[in-house]
Write a protein that binds this ligand. Structure first.
Ligand SMILES: Cc1ncc(COP(=O)(O)O)c(C=O)c1O
Ligand SMILES: [Zn+2]
Length: 400
């Protein structure tokens, strides 16, 4: 493969190399990379940075724009002019006004990702991955998607002048397909779930020489999503919450947030305390929940059919092993929510708080209430729920 960017000692990014978290192999950042190529390893690769201690967060971030690129030293793009941004990130952290009566003894806050470009946190991951692909000179990108990642890929590719090819289950609400087409992407509707989309995308990408950005099969969507961890820390005055609930499909955000906390500790911006990480799944696909509670290291493929939370219909996350490690290391847990409860939660939040969350995000409220009822939390804890997207694209699946 040709080197398309210099092995720059860039001051824009402190990235040094990529590393396999499973076998430790090192990879270069000036080449196109996917997953670990050693034998059968195949692990997601993690970007590594030269993180100087003694750097003041206050000084560094002072006056920076309120988007995720304010942390550009800790993102993988070496040349600032290659960044493809639509203003993603720096989303608000909100407390509840009326529903706080149900959270007695706890402080419950939401990080609300619904205001991102294309209406979900997928904007962060795709801003990261498309920017890096742009820097590496890539002209065609393909992805399997439950919906939101496709819209984000299409928008960032349009901005970058890259062709996007989006593989989406036929069953996905029409609006997700329409937005991709409006952004100029090719939409391939697949009769099946996201795993079937993945197989089709894989074959086509291989045949046509397209770059595939399947969840955690390339290193940089994770980097974009980790900025949620940076923001949570910065917005809470560098003091992390006690618990974070995260709606887990492929798990990119959960791993990204966890990675961010390690980097922030190396920078000396936070201490060694970590939140308990809670993976919330749908009853449709709850392989992580089952593996977690039965002490297994990986999840078994599972698809029990339709869920209105398209993003949670992931039969077997590619990085299941890493997700389970984080849940256990953090002292967290995993819990599954049925569609009826998700819909009730979504309506309760909308009517009481004026927030129309995606069902994936609303699922966290149902999960929170169950965990609270079982006294899983300790008195006085701060619990952060991560609403990953806007509810507007999901209306056709709600009974109103
Ligand atoms: C709104 C929403 N929430 C959560 C997820 C799951 O994200 P992750 O792959 O990071 O687990 C998705 C993925 O499609 C999504 O669209
Ligand atoms: Zn490896």
């Amino acid at each position: 493969m040709n080197r398309s960017v210099p092995i720059a000692n860039s001051s824009f990014s402190f990235i040094s190399h990529l590393k396999c978290p499973a076998c430790g192999t090192r990879y270069e950042v000036d080449l196109v990379q996917t997953v670990c190529r050693v034998g059968e390893c195949g692990s997601t690769l993690y970007a590594k940075y030269n993180l100087p201690s003694g750097l003041s967060a206050k000084e560094l971030l002072k006056g920076r724009p309120a988007n995720m690129w304010r942390y550009h030293e800790f993102l993988p793009v070496l040349q600032g002019e290659c960044v493809v941004s639509l203003g993603e990130g720096f989303t608000p952290i909100l407390s509840m006004k009326h529903l706080s009566k149900l959270t007695d003894g706890l402080s419950v806050i939401w990080k609300d990702e619904s205001g991102n470009p294309t209406g979900s946190f997928k904007a962060r991951g795709l801003s990261g991955a498309v920017s890096k692909a742009h820097e590496l000179g890539i002209k065609h990108i393909a992805t399997p998607t439950a919906g939101n990642a496709g819209g984000a890929l299409a928008a960032y590719c349009a901005r970058a002048g890259i062709h996007a090819h989006v593989y989406m289950p036929k069953q996905t609400p029409k609006v997700f397909k329409d937005e991709c087409r409006l952004y100029g992407a090719e939409v391939i509707e697949v009769d099946g779930n996201i795993a079937d989309c993945g197989k089709r995308a894989d074959t086509d990408a291989r045949e046509k020489g397209w770059f595939l950005v399947s969840t955690l099969k390339e290193p940089y969507r994770l980097e974009g999503k980790k900025t949620m961890g940076y923001e949570i820390a910065e917005q809470l005055g560098w003091k992390l919450p006690d618990v974070i609930l995260y709606p887990t499909g492929g798990g990119t955000g959960l791993l990204g947030i966890w990675k961010a906390f390690d980097e922030l500790e190396q920078l000396g911006w936070i201490d060694s305390r970590r939140p308990k990480m809670v993976a919330v799944q749908s009853e449709s696909c709850k392989g992580i929940v089952e593996a977690f509670h039965s002490g297994k290291e990986t999840a078994v493929y599972q698809d029990n059919g339709f869920t209105m939370a398209n993003g949670l219909r992931v039969p077997k996350p590619y990085a299941d092993r890493l997700i389970l490690q984080v849940l256990r290391q953090s002292g967290g847990t995993a819990i599954a929510v049925a569609d009826d409860d998700m819909e009730k939660a979504l309506k309760e939040i909308a009517a009481n708080e004026g927030l129309l969350f995606a069902p994936e995000g609303a699922a966290l409220w149902a999960a929170f209430k169950r965990l609270h009822a079982s006294q899983w939390f300790s008195e006085g804890q701060t619990v952060l729920l991560l609403n990953t997207g806007s509810g507007y694209k999901y209306l056709e699946n709600l009974s109103i």
